[in-house]
Design a protein around this ligand. Structure first.
Ligand code: NAI
Length: 337
């Protein structure tokens, strides 16, 4: 029997990159029943709401979604669809593999790390209020349960993938209680994984070390805000937003999406790089228990990049979104991978 997956094309470049990812995933031969649902601007136009309850229900039912980016309209009173999705589905772990790709010119070779970000609390709890005029307060919520859960996730991933070390990032010198609790939980979990190395690093030092030598890192574990920032830093190390995939994992559902946004400046012009979402599709296939198909997508993508003929503008080439799609589908179909 095939897998059921909710497909959210999103808006901006979302429909273009999701179409490419879907074509590539289908070309692996894995049977997927796609259930397409609207989110973002098209959903606002039709239902007055960027994340209709029916979309959440659809993802809860299939348990898996491949998602294109969605625009958060500024000043419209709408909360970010992504933040709401993560909260509503309790997608507590954000996973971002950061890997050097052949043929993509960057400052470093042999980068291969995974950024694990706690997705549900910290400063992104969104609890802000005005204390008195001119003074705003925001609350950083840190719970033992969420810290233990994300640490367990990171160490289990390290063990599963044969990774050697987890680096927990913090600012416990200033936020002694909140980041202190995060570190206490990381240490408690680390003690149960003696075969995986463990180190702690202030998040500012981590940023400097990542820029100096990213190859010294393996699994990097962070709370929500630090994880958001360091994830984009990681993308910059290996070629930018167009090439870094992502997954948001919960106990009952998982949503796979690129790191980048809806890129309104290039939307609808066949200029978007679909690689990030295609590689997110590979993460999704792995999650669905189809590791061979996932590996074939990574190999096809790598082969096309290494050949160097078909690249989008952000990677210094002149190819369109559909050219990249076609080249990867051809690599899969031609039995080259
Ligand atoms: P963005 O990631 O959409 O764009 C930043 C820059 O990177 C732009 O110059 C864009 O052209 C380029 N870019 C992004 N993805 C690309 C791709 N695949 N290929 C080639 N170039 C690419 O970030 P921005 O402009 O800050 O946000 C635009 C909208 O997207 C906002 O409404 C924001 O809220 C939303 N957003 C949505 C996300 C999601 O749905 N996961 C994530 C981040 C932002």
């Amino acid at each position: 029997m095939g897998h059921r997956v909710t497909l959210l094309p999103g808006d901006g470049i979302g429909p273009e990159v999701t179409e490419a990812a879907r074509a590539v995933i289908d070309a692996t031969g894995v049977a997927i029943e796609w259930e397409v649902r609207e989110a973002g601007l098209p959903a606002i136009e039709r239902e007055g709401e960027p994340l209709p309850a029916s979309v959440l229900a659809a993802i809860r039912e299939t348990g898996t979604a491949l998602k294109g980016p969605v625009t958060t309209p500024i000043g419209g009173g709408f909360q970010s669809v992504n933040v709401r999705l993560r909260k509503a589905l309790d997608l507590y772990a954000s996973v971002r593999p950061v890997r050097t790709l052949p043929g993509v010119a960057t400052r470093y070779e042999h980068v291969d790390l995974v950024i694990i970000r706690e997705n549900t609390e910290g400063l992104y709890a969104g609890l802000e209020h005005e204390v008195v005029p001119g003074v705003i307060e925001t609350l950083k919520i840190v719970t033992e349960a969420a810290c233990l859960r994300i640490a367990e996730f990171a160490f289990a991933l390290a063990r599963r993938d044969g990774r050697r070390k987890v680096t927990a990032a913090h600012k416990a010198s200033v936020m002694r209680m909140t980041d202190g609790l995060f570190l206490d939980c990381c240490r408690a979990v680390a003690a149960r994984y003696p075969e995986v190395g463990y180190e702690e690093m202030a998040v500012d030092t981590l940023c400097m070390q990542l820029v100096l030598d990213p190859t010294r890192f393996d699994v990097v574990l962070l709370e929500n805000l630090y994880g958001d920032i360091v994830s984009d830093l990681g993308a910059g190390l290996v070629g930018g937003l167009g090439v870094v995939p992502g997954a948001n994992i919960g106990t009952a559902a998982a949503v796979f999406e690129a790191v980048h946004g809806s890129a309104p400046d290039i939307a609808g012009r066949n200029l978007a790089n679909p690689l990030a979402l295609i590689l997110s599709g590979a993460l999704m296939l792995e999650h669905l228990g189809e590791p061979a198909a996932a590996q074939r997508i990574v190999a096809a993508t790598t082969a096309v990049l290494a050949e160097g003929r078909v690249r989008t503008r952000d990677l210094g080439g002149r190819a369109g979104t559909t050219d990249v799609r076609d080249a990867i589908v051809a690599a899969l179909a031609g039995g080259r991978v």
